[in-house]
Design a protein around this ligand. Structure first.
Ligand code: ASP
Ligand code: MG
Length: 429
C-alpha cells in the first residue's frame, strides 16, 4: 500500500459530469489499495471569473481580499468532489489549504510555501478516508491571513503535500496526455515525451510551455519527488518528470527518444520587447537602465546590446519583459532619459519567443546552426537570441511564432509518425 497524491486541474473538474468522472477515477485508485490525497483546482475558468468580478467593483482590489475571494474557487471544487466520492460509497473529507497545514509567507498573490504540517490529512487517510485538499492556497505564518501561491499554484500544493506525506508518487492530471515535444495545438505531430528531467522541464516551463507550475518543478527537484503528468480524460501513461539519471533508464519507452538531442520546443507569447535607442557607450549606462527596471520590481529575460556605431559612439539596448509590466517599465525608463542621455524608447508587444530545449545539446555541436537554418528556410526573422547550457531561445515576430515552432520541431526530427496528441478540454484561458 502506498500514498498517492493526485492533482486535478480546472478543466478536469469543469462541471458536474467531469467531477463525477474524476471521483470514479479516485475511487479506483483507492480500491487498488492506495491511500489517496487529492488536490483540486477551481472548476473551469472560475479563477478568471472571480478576478473579473473583483475588477468590476474595484480597479485595484486589495491583495488580502483578492486572495480570500480566489481561494473560494478551490473550496467549491473540493467540497463538490468530496460529495461525489461519498455518493460512490467511499469516505471523503475536504480541507482548505490552511486546514491541510500549508503554511506560507505573507506575500499575497504569490506566497511561498515555508512549511507543510499535514496532520489532519495524515489522520484522514489513516482512518481510510480520501482527503481532498484545496490547491493554490495556504495561510501566512505571521499574519494568519489566507494567501494564494500565484496562478497555476495547485501543482505546487500537490508536490509540497506529496513531499510532506512522503508519497510514492505525485500525479498531475490535466487535459493533455503528458508533456509533448511542442504544444499540440500548434504542432499536431508533437509526440509525448515518456521521461524528462527536472532541469529540462524547468527550462520548458520557464520558456512558456504551459506544462507545470515552475515552482512545483523546483520543489520536486529539491526533494526528488517523481511527478507523473497525465490526462484525466484517458488511461494512457503520461510523462514522468524525474532526475536526469533516471531519464535514460531501461524502462524508457521508445528507443529513438534516447538518442534525441532536443527534447522539446517551447513558445511564449507573454513577453514584450523594449529598445533603448541611442545609449552613449560609456561605463554605467546599462547599470542605470537595468537598476531602474529592477527597482520597479520587473523581471527581465533576454538582453541584447550591440557594439556602438563608430561615428556616433551610440548603441541600442533591447530587453524582453512580461507584457503586463510594459507600461511600468516604460514610465521608469522615461524618467532616466535626461540623465542617461539616450535618444528614445521603443515598445513592441507583438513578439514571441521560441526555444529549443534538450540536455543533449551541451555535447553536440551545430545545434544553433540547425535551428537558425530551419527558421531561415521558414522565412522567420530572428530579432534576439539567448542561450543556456541546455536551451537556445529566439525572439521573433508574434505572427511567426507558429511557423517557427513547426520549423524547429521538424528540423530536430521530433515529429511523431502518427498524430498522437489529443487535447481533451479546457479553453486555454
Ligand atoms: N485556480 C488557480 C488558477 O487558475 C490555481 C490553479 O489552477 O492551479 O490559477
Ligand atoms: Mg486554473
Amino acid at each position: 500500500m502506498g500514498i498517492v497524491v493526485q492533482k486535478y486541474g480546472g478543466s478536469s473538474v469543469a462541471d458536474a459530469e467531469s467531477i463525477k468522472r474524476v471521483a470514479r477515477r479516485i475511487v479506483e485508485t483507492k480500491k487498488a489499495g492506495n491511500q489517496v490525497v487529492v488536490v483540486v483546482s477551481a472548476m473551469g475558468d472560475t479563477t478568471d471569473e472571480l478576478i473579473d468580478l473583483a475588477n468590476q467593483v474595484s480597479p485595484l482590489p486589495p491583495a488580502r481580499e483578492l486572495d480570500m475571494l480566489l481561494t473560494a474557487g478551490e473550496r467549491i471544487s473540493m467540497a463538490v468532489l468530496a460529495m461525489a466520492i461519498q455518493n460512490l460509497g467511499h469516505e471523503a473529507r475536504s480541507f482548505t489549504g490552511s486546514q491541510a497545514g500549508v503554511i506560507t509567507d505573507a506575500e499575497h498573490g504569490r506566497a511561498k510555501i515555508i512549511d507543510v504540517t499535514p496532520g489532519r490529512i495524515q489522520a484522514a487517510i489513516e482512518q481510510d478516508a480520501i482527503a481532498i485538499v484545496a490547491g493554490f492556497q495556504g495561510v501566512s505564518q505571521t499574519t494568519k491571513d489566507i494567501t494564494t501561491l500565484g496562478r497555476g499554484g495547485s501543482d505546487t500544493t500537490a508536490v509540497a503535500l506529496a513531499v510532506a506525506l512522503e508519497a510514492d508518487v505525485c500525479e498531475i492530471y490535466s487535459d493533455v496526455d503528458g508533456i509533448f515535444t511542442a504544444d499540440p495545438r500548434i504542432e499536431p505531430h508533437a509526440r509525448k515525451i515518456p521521461r524528462i528531467s527536472y532541469e529540462e522541464t524547468l527550462e520548458m516551463a520557464a520558456q512558456g510551455a504551459k506544462i507545470l507550475h515552475l515552482r512545483c518543478v523546483e520543489y520536486a527537484r529539491r526533494y526528488g519527488m517523481a511527478i507523473h503528468v497525465r490526462s484525466s480524460f484517458s488511461e494512457k501513461k503520461g510523462t514522468w518528470v524525474t532526475s536526469a539519471d533516471k531519464v535514460g533508464s531501461a524502462d524508457n519507452e521508445g528507443s529513438t527518444m534516447e538518442a534525441a538531442i532536443i527534447t522539446g520546443v517551447a513558445h511564449d507569447r507573454s513577453q514584450a520587447k523594449i529598445t533603448v535607442v541611442g545609449v552613449p557607450d560609456k561605463p554605467g549606462e546599462a547599470a542605470a537602465i537595468f537598476r531602474a527596471v529592477a527597482d520597479a520590481q520587473i523581471n527581465i529575460d533576454m538582453i541584447v546590446q550591440n557594439v556602438s556605431a563608430a561615428a556616433t559612439s551610440l548603441t541600442d539596448v533591447s530587453f524582453t519583459l512580461p507584457r503586463g509590466e510594459g507600461q511600468t517599465a516604460m514610465t521608469a525608463l522615461a524618467r532616466l532619459q535626461e540623465t542617461v542621455g539616450f535618444d528614445s524608447l521603443q515598445y513592441d508587444d507583438s513578439v514571441g519567443k521560441v526555444s529549443i530545449v534538450g540536455a543533449g545539446m551541451s555535447t553536440s555541436p551545430g545545434i544553433s546552426a540547425r535551428f537558425f537554418e530551419a527558421l531561415s528556410d521558414a522565412g522567420v526573422n530572428i530579432e534576439m537570441i539567448s542561450t543556456s547550457e541546455i536551451r537556445v531561445s529566439v525572439v521573433v515576430a508574434e505572427t511567426q511564432v507558429e511557423d517557427a515552432v513547426r520549423a524547429a520541431h521538424d528540423a530536430f526530427d521530433l515529429d511523431a509518425d502518427e498524430v498522437e496528441a489529443v487535447v481533451y478540454g479546457g479553453t486555454g484561458r
